[in-house]
Design a protein around this ligand. Structure first.
Ligand code: HEC
Length: 143
């Protein structure tokens, strides 16, 4: 009787874990696909709107256009970065220990386009973002 109960519990355990692990897996691949698609669209937006200043390498131009590749500002201050892309950015900032005091105009991108370009730049040139930036997150950021 005891052995029967133990095997029954083991079976329930296995079934439960199998189920939840496939669910997790499905959620992960869903998230992966959403991120991949967003990055793909973001790449095009980058080419159309950002590349002239921040360059294809994301390295910018020292002292004039700050880098996005390995930028501590971009990776640590994502809300400020989004606000800058959305509404424009000026005044002194420090990027990787270097001061910039330039001006970036708002490019009139939609919240979706900003989320996409953020997903692209925070996952390019060695940058890695552990979370996906959503359109809701961008729309909640005000001037
Ligand atoms: C006309 C040149 C120009 C264009 C085009 C431009 N930027 Fe910028 N960007 C700048 C300058 C200049 C700054 C620094 C502003 C300051 O000094 O306050 C900046 C700052 C930034 C920053 C924060 C600092 C950093 O390097 O991490 C981010 C993020 C950024 N830009 C992303 C973008 C994205 C994304 C696009 C395209 C959608 C874009 N920029 C288009 C000139 C530009």
């Amino acid at each position: 009787m005891k052995i029967f109960l133990i095997s029954y519990l083991t079976l329930v355990f296995i079934l439960f874990f199998n189920k939840s692990s496939t669910e997790n897996y499905q959620n992960m691949t869903l998230q992966d696909d959403t991120l991949k698609e967003s990055i793909k669209r973001g790449n095009e937006i980058y080419t159309d709107f950002c590349v002239t200043c921040h360059l294809p390498s994301g390295k910018g131009m020292s002292g004039v256009f700050p880098p996005l590749a390995s930028s501590d500002f971009l990776m640590e201050k994502q809300t400020k970065s989004i606000r800058g892309i959305k509404f424009g950015m000026s005044g002194e900032i420090s990027v990787n220990g270097k001061k910039y005091n330039g001006f970036m105009a708002s490019m009139g991108l939609s919240n979706q386009e900003i989320a996409d370009v953020m997903n692209y730049i925070t996952n390019s040139w060695g940058n890695k973002n552990d979370k996906i930036i959503t359109v809701e997150e961008v729309s909640n950021i005000k001037k």
